[in-house]
Design a protein around this ligand. Structure first.
Ligand SMILES: [Fe+2]
Length: 292
């Protein structure tokens, strides 16, 4: 294998991954929260030593993935921040940045850290806006950008054919346990399933899973199988109950009672499940029953 991946995040939920390629090229994948940024910069620095950081690849515009990029960019100004076009536009919207600051403060407090010293998002931006098929060249590894809307409209993945290595994102879902994936199709379930099917066809040998780490070999197949199974399961529960006349609020509770149990209950905090559910339920009803 011609690369290594290091989790340089500081808390669960604020993961960031440093990719070192044997060509000497380096990339950070996502960047965690604002309050963990200093710690992440230190971890990257300890691993890189004198090596430069070439890229900061942002899989989508959510605050827990992009906020640390400001401090990382300050420390390595030559690193190019890469995101989808729409994510770059989000960073230019004062109201969106305000919301990200609010969420960052709440995250700091939830982890019992003071939000006073966490800094701000001034300078949050994208250097390279990418779209489907664009290439990020890391010397011996070339990554093709795969647009993968479903979690957000600006979610992207990166595929290295030579290594059969997929840098995935939350459209594939997030591990809730070794046996469950928590679907995160906030904006489109159909597009989410399209991406899962695409990943199945690519048949990766390594997948960097968001908020987790790299899975290898047969575990890649197991992961895509679980992603498809659990997304379809959630969709079917929602539609069945909608067709039986249940309200959105009732359906949210039913989904929670059926899905947020067992290992998933241990693996995913209640607030995170509720927040996901708040978007997923109306998204699926609208997508599959819009004529009603
Ligand atoms: Fe996200």
């Amino acid at each position: 294998m011609s690369f290594s991946v290091h989790n340089v995040g500081c808390v669960s939920g604020g993961e960031a991954f440093l990719l070192l390629v044997d060509s000497g090229k380096t990339a950070l994948i996502d960047s965690g929260f604002l309050f963990t940024a200093k710690g992440t910069v230190k971890k990257i620095s300890d691993i890189l030593g004198d090596r430069p950081l070439d890229y900061i690849l942002l899989t989508h515009s959510h605050y827990d993935h992009v906020s640390g990029s400001v401090a990382v960019k300050k420390r390595w100004p030559d690193a190019k921040v890469v995101s989808a076009e729409h994510a770059a536009d989000v960073f230019n919207k004062p109201n969106a940045v305000k919301t990200m600051m609010k969420l960052n403060r709440a995250a700091a407090i939830a982890f019992r850290k003071s939000p006073f010293f966490m800094g701000n998002l001034k300078g949050l931006h994208t250097d390279i806006r990418v779209k489907e098929g664009d290439i990020i060249d890391l010397g011996t590894m070339r990554f093709k950008v795969l647009e993968s809307p479903g979690h957000t409209w600006d979610t992207i993945a990166f595929w290295c054919e030579e290594e059969r290595f997929l840098i995935a994102n939350e459209t594939l879902g997030v591990f809730a346990s070794a046996e469950d994936i928590a679907p995160a199709c906030l904006v489109s379930c159909k597009r989410t399933l399209d991406f899962i099917h695409r990943v199945k066809e690519l048949d990766p040998d390594k997948i960097l899973m968001p908020h987790y780490d790299v899975v290898y070999g047969d575990d890649c197949r197991k992961t895509t199988f679980m992603a498809e199974r659990d997304t379809e399961k959630m969709r079917d529960i929602i539609l069945e109950n909608y067709d039986n006349g249940k309200t959105e609020e009732e359906i949210k509770q039913i989904v929670k009672d059926i899905i947020w149990v067992g290992p998933m209950r241990k693996g995913q905090p209640e607030a995170a499940f509720d927040l996901n559910n708040k978007y997923v339920v109306p998204t699926i009803i609208k997508e599959y029953r819009s004529s009603k």
